[in-house]
Design a protein around this ligand. Structure first.
Ligand code: NAP
Length: 224
């Protein structure tokens, strides 16, 4: 049975990823920063294929604690899903504390989590790291506003390329944009259901054809 570790698992796309991976027969480790929310997640699923771990990806201590708890595991798939949206303002009007928080969570947090789980990934026969990015971080789609968020996702995309170049943990590494998805982040006006948004991510975890070091949306490679 393959094991997947999903960050930001307590709601939104992360929760749906847990649902779809359980249905696909994976052992699922759902990570979140609130123990209470993780307990609620477990109660909602009531599945013996789900375990949870407290991990705030903006805290090195919290990441190291989670790594310690999971030290004996093999992790086949790591999904850097946890993320936060910045205010819609232009960079010149942005709040410095918010900019630091967004870059720290969306980008640095993903680097540190991947680094922390190298040993567990190396035990897998087909390790994969999936960085949940956004079209808003694509050079071809950069636009007005949400500057910190766009920069954090552009940096996350570069992380995907760097990891692929380094053969990081021997893993295939992907960036993926889930599309515009109805979650707390995406809002109720978004075009896609969480099920549809998670589908392309689950595909990357399973597909023998998915190409490492590329940016995907809806199972197709898109430009950086
Ligand atoms: N929804 C969209 O339209 C869309 C489009 C493109 C990309 N994405 C990306 O998809 C991913 C999931 O987004 P979503 O739409 O599901 O958003 P969401 O519903 O707002 O969920 C975000 C998740 O990230 C977690 N999180 C935030 N900061 C964290 C931290 N420091 N440590 C651990 N967990 C943290 C949240 O936990 P708490 O509950 O504790 O806050 C929550 O579980 C994000 O990376 C987002 O950028 C979403």
């Amino acid at each position: 049975m393959k094991t997947v570790l999903v960050t930001g698992a307590n709601r939104g796309i992360g929760e749906e990823l847990c649902r779809q991976f359980i249905d696909e027969g994976f052992w699922v480790i759902g990570a979140g920063r609130s123990e209470e929310e993780l307990e609620k997640l477990k109660a909602r699923f009531n599945s013996n294929h789900l375990e949870t771990v407290v991990m705030d990806i903006s805290s090195i201590q919290s990441i190291m604690r989670a790594t310690g708890e999971l030290r004996d595991k093999t992790i086949d798939i790591l999904i850097n899903n946890a993320g936060e949206l910045s205010a819609s303002s232009k960079l010149e009007d942005s709040d410095p504390a918010e900019t630091m928080r967004i870059l720290n969570t969306n980008f640095t947090g993903s680097v540190l989590v991947a680094r922390a789980f190298v040993k567990q990934l190396q035990k897998s026969e087909d390790p994969r790291i999936i960085n949940v990015s956004s079209g808003m971080g694509s050079r071809s789609e950069l636009g007005f506003g949400y500057g910190a968020y766009r920069l954090s996702k552009a940096a996350l995309n570069l992380l995907t390329i760097q990891m692929d170049q380094e053969n990081f943990a021997g893993a295939k590494v992907f960036s993926v944009c889930p599309g515009w998805v109805k979650t707390r982040m995406g809002g109720s006006g978004a075009s896609l259901s969480v099920a549809k948004g998670a589908e392309g991510i689950v595909w990357l975890a399973n597909s023998p054809d998915a190409e490492s070091g590329k940016f995907y949306r809806d199972k197709h490679i898109i430009p950086w």
